[in-house]
Design a protein around this ligand. Structure first.
Ligand code: NAD
Length: 264
């Protein structure tokens, strides 16, 4: 299929480099004919994101650090100037102090709890508040989550708690915005080696475990997450909201290690 997103315009948060999940979604959305606007977090990432936007034929609407609401307002003002209205918004933003993505959850500090929850969960709601105003004809909001929201995972710690809150917020936002035909969904991606993931303790072990034990016997790529993103943005999913769509090679259905799977 091609041209599934023809005539649709969207704003994408969270491209850091070409391994970012946001980049995979941006690329897949462009391939289906969407017009896209990207943001970057800080000057260091600007240098990386600019060439990626050019390569994809997308726009850049400026610096956005979700801890600074003025920068959120600025990128929405820029997007309104550029597009008038938007049809989709992609939120691929998460943060926790690296020191606490190792060891025990019980040792989480109040400071890092608050910061992780604000950046990884509340920011989606902050963006939804602004997106609502730019979606007079309805639209689709998509965030990224992980299985650590549902089950304990080694070292995921406060991020698992933040993702659980993020998934709950998907349901509350979906109910609030449904009457305006704005749909709100999450993609629960399997582990992928990105900048953010490199901060998680024993990440290589987690990747390998998923590869050996998922029903498809492999991990997923950002291109595959991108194509699932296209579905959630497109009219193909017009009857779907409040959903957490797993794109994880089926890992979330597994109850225990398959007897045939090799030991790690
Ligand atoms: P990434 O490092 O490429 O992207 C993370 C992004 O978050 C970066 O672009 C960074 O600039 C942005 N960010 C962090 N703090 C921010 C702030 N204060 N303001 C604005 N932006 C901020 O890594 P990724 O793996 O592509 O992460 C994207 C999303 O996917 C995250 O929500 C992550 O939790 C989720 N996810 C990742 C995996 C995985 O294994 N990589 C699996 C499931 C879900």
């Amino acid at each position: 299929a091609s041209g599934l997103l023809k005539g649709k315009r969207g704003l994408i948060f969270g491209v850091a480099n070409n391994r970012s999940i946001a980049y995979g979604i941006a690329k897949a959305a462009r391939a289906q004919g969407a017009e896209i606007a990207l943001t970057y977090q800080g000057e260091a990432l600007k240098k990386r994101v600019e060439p990626l936007a050019a390569e994809l034929g997308g726009h850049i609407v400026g610096h956005c650090d979700v801890t600074d609401p003025a920068t959120i307002d600025a990128v929405f003002a820029e997007t309104e100037k550029l597009f008038g209205s938007i049809d989709f918004l992609i939120h691929c933003i998460a943060f926790s102090d690296k020191d606490e993505l190792d060891g025990r959850y019980v040792d989480t500090t109040a400071d890092n709890f608050t910061k992780s929850m604000f950046i990884s969960c509340y920011s989606f709601t902050a963006l939804a508040q602004r997106a609502e105003k730019l979606m007079p004809n309805g639209g689709s909001l998509v965030t990224l989550t992980y299985y650590g929201a549902e089950k304990w995972m080694p070292h995921y710690n406060v991020m698992g708690v933040a993702k659980a809150a993020l998934e709950a917020s998907v349901r509350y936002l979906a109910a609030d915005l449904g009457p305006k035909n704005i749909r709100v969904n999450a993609i629960s991606a399997g582990p992928i080696k990105t900048l953010a993931a490199s901060g998680i303790g024993d990440f290589r072990y987690i990747l390998k475990w998923n590869e050996l034990n998922s029903p498809l016997r492999r991990t997923v790529t950002t291109d595959e997450v991108g194509d699932a993103g296209v579905y959630l943005i497109s009219d193909l999913s017009r009857g779907v909201t409040g959903e957490v769509q797993h794109v994880d090679a089926g890992y979330h259905i597994v109850g225990m290690k398959h007897p045939d799977a090799p030991d790690l």
